[in-house]
Ligand binder design. Structure first.
Ligand code: MV4
Length: 449
């Protein structure tokens, strides 16, 4: 096992990684930018080093600064967390070239899954269900029109370098196709430096169901059930739950097996997530694969009693998955995560950084708070607005909802506006309580939220 690792991230995930490492007897070095000098991760880590000014490009995205810090502090490995360099194959390669273990999959796996069209074609080839659409990238409007006629409108034009909703265009009839095709290519070219696009039939009112997987270097690959992440706003997840109210044990087994097919095909190691679209008729289709630990990993931890970050550290150090005797895992109870962002829901979720003048955290049975906040901490304006994750667990979904209402009521973050009140409203909606949720939930219920 590693003696010392470098944590190349900030905020709640940096705290989460420091905690998991400490419990495994691993020392941590946390890097920070000048505005993050007083963050909780810096206080909790064994060592810390300032790697640059606030702008991410000069700090958390600076490969030389991070590699340099890891080498000068004698770290054996680097944990990238999520965001920043977590899915950057060049960074993974730079770590390897500097004798540092990148805590994540191979650069090849990152590159393969980073190209959404190559990922889709790979899944098609190995028999993972994919949405009917084009065979590879679209080069001309005529080709796009042919595939659109073949699968039937409405269709979705997607950017190969996209993901997370960027560079997508919905097309409802043939007359719109040329304009949408050209716009999607221009947007993708401008945003990613790669204007390649492909086409899929539009699945209307899907659920976003993602399967968590872990794979070690001994060839063991397991899935840890699903998360339902359908409640999103502008492709930003707000609330996630596990298991999904829409899955039966049979559907869970089929989606889990599909996810493991993908894992084996790319010789994946570490923690990963395969995202699916679940149609209202129970059909599911591959959407994307994320080659990082995700923000919402705690809901999976709560229903499987697996510490995903510790498993990542064990796998990266060459150890096998530690809970194989418990596989296959069945969900135990129900968990819901509420993303608490420093944003003002009354002002179009506009960021609301500032000093936390008072902090009251909820507790009691089935309540977990993953946060880097403390009373007196100042939330900087420079980074993502996530400041806390409130995760509740209940023996049933109804108990988890009741506990969520109770815990959200206890959560007190004075000095900044947060999304707490938004979540309290969601829990009051009959459609949510009934589990009747799909990706248009926020739009459909905008008037009540
Ligand atoms: C889709 C889709 C409907 N049909 N693909 C959104 C970002 C990226 N994960 C792919 N996404 C979608 N792909 C087909 N063929 C609908 C979405 C989508 C979505 C998916 C999951 C969660 C929220 C979403 C919000 C808007 C669109």
């Amino acid at each position: 096992m590693f003696k010392r690792i470098l944590v190349a991230n900030r905020g709640e995930i940096a705290v989460r990684i420091v905690r998991a490492a400490r419990e495994l007897g691993i020392e941590t070095v946390v890097v920070y930018s000048e505005v993050d000098r007083d963050t909780l991760a810096v206080k909790l880590a064994d060592k810390s080093v300032c790697i640059g000014p606030a702008p991410s490009a000069q700090s958390y995205l600076s490969v030389p600064a991070i590699i340099g810090a890891a080498n000068s502090f004698g770290a054996q490995a680097v944990h990238p967390g999520y965001g920043f360099l977590a899915e950057n194959a060049a960074f993974a390669r730079a770590c390897a070239e500097n004798n540092l273990v990148f805590i994540g999959p191979s650069p090849e796996a990152i590159d393969l899954m980073g190209d959404k069209n190559v990922a889709r074609e790979t899944m098609k080839r190995i028999g993972v269900p994919t949405v009917p659409g084009s065979d590879g990238p679209l080069t001309t409007v005529a080709e796009a029109a042919r595939f659109a006629d073949e699968v039937g409108y409405p269709v979705l034009i997607k950017a190969s370098a996209g993901g997370g909703g960027k560079g997508m265009r919905e097309v409802y009839e043939a007359s719109q196709l040329e304009g949408a095709f050209t716009a999607a290519k221009n947007e993708a070219g401008a945003a990613f430096g790669n204007d390649e696009v492909y086409l899929e039939k539009l699945i209307s009112r899907p659920r976003h169901i993602e399967i968590q997987i872990l794979a070690d270097m001994q060839g063991n690959a397991v899935h840890l059930c699903e998360r339902d992440c359908s409640i999103q706003r502008r492709h930003q997840k707000l609330l996630e739950e596990a298991p999904s109210p829409a899955l039966t044990p049979e559907l869970r087994a089929r989606m889990g097996e599909a996810a493991l097919l993908a894992v084996r095909e790319v010789a994946y190691t570490g923690a990963g997530t395969i995202e699916f679209l679940l149609d209202t008729d129970g059909s599911f289709y591959f959407m994307e694969m994320n080659t990082r630990v995700q923000v919402e990993h705690p809901v999976t931890e709560q229903i499987t009693a697996v510490d995903i970050i510790k498993e990542q550290l064990r796998i990266a150090a060459g150890e096998p998955i530690s809970f194989l005797e418990r596989v296959p895992l069945a969900p135990q109870g129900h968990a819901i995560e509420f993303r608490i962002n420093a944003e003002d829901p009354a002002n179009n979720f506009w960021p609301n950084p500032g000093t936390v003048t008072g902090l009251t955290l909820p507790g009691g049975p089935g309540v977990r708070v993953d946060t880097h906040l403390y009373a007196g901490y100042t939330v900087p304006p420079n980074y993502d607005s996530l400041v806390a994750k409130l995760i509740v667990w209940g023996s049933t979904r109804a108990e988890a909802i009741a506990r969520g209402k109770r815990a959200l009521g206890e959560l007190g973050i004075a000095g900044i506006k947060t999304t707490t009140s938004f979540h309290q409203k969601v829990l009051e909606l009959a459609d949510f309580v009934a589990g009747d949720v799909c990706t248009d939930f926020i739009e459909v219920h905008a008037g009540e939220l």
